[in-house]
Design a protein around this ligand. Structure first.
Ligand SMILES: [Zn+2]
Length: 188
């Protein structure tokens, strides 16, 4: 269900002006992409950028339309249907991020960058200092309008590489960084 009435109204208008043939083709395409997402899983970003071919401008609009819920539902389906793949993914992510940077291969490094981009690297939450909305990362994703970006912070103590994330919030030019509280359970 889309909560933005104007957006929904406009979408309906566009839809009603299409020919039956176009509607069928568009729906065919979208269904097949959602089905692909169910069978292969991936983040909301993968669904809208890679599978449906949109850019960042679509992020909010498609989220309003339930895109994130659909993506999460696909992930839950995938996890149930392919538990062994889910375990393998969890293991892969764990290995990728527990390794010392120097030992990582070029492939690992580029995988890491991809994962970071996909927000698969951590599951956590940070409360916005301006509106108190809990922003969620990596699972049931949620962003308030003040959220801008996240930053990875690395602290090297002895041989251990400690990593954490800061969520950056901004309102009227005032910027506040809040540490992301990470959650352990791995729905990637
Ligand atoms: Zn906020």
């Amino acid at each position: 269900m889309c909560e933005d009435e104007d957006l929904l109204k406009k979408a309906e208008e566009v839809w009603n002006n299409l020919t039956d043939e176009t509607r069928l083709s568009v729906t065919c395409f979208i269904f097949s992409k959602i089905h692909e997402h169910m069978e292969n899983s991936g983040t909301y970003r993968v669904l809208i950028y890679n599978r449906l071919g949109f850019d960042m401008n679509a992020y909010g609009v498609l989220m309003e339309s339930g895109g994130l819920d659909i993506s999460n539902m696909c992930h839950d389906y995938w996890k149930e249907k392919y538990p062994e793949k889910f375990e393998a993914l969890k293991k892969h992510l764990k290995e990728l991020w527990s390794e010392d940077k120097e030992e990582a291969t070029e492939k690992d490094k580029s995988d890491r960058e991809d994962l970071k981009r996909e927000s698969l690297v951590f599951i956590g939450r940070a409360t916005c200092p301006f509106c108190n909305v809990v922003n969620r990362f990596g699972r049931d994703e949620r962003r308030c309008p003040h959220y801008e970006d996240f930053e990875e912070v690395q602290v090297k103590s002895a041989k251990l590489l400690v990593k954490y994330y800061l969520a950056v919030f901004r309102e009227n030019g005032e910027m506040i960084k809040i540490m992301v509280e990470e959650e352990s359970d791995g729905r990637a």
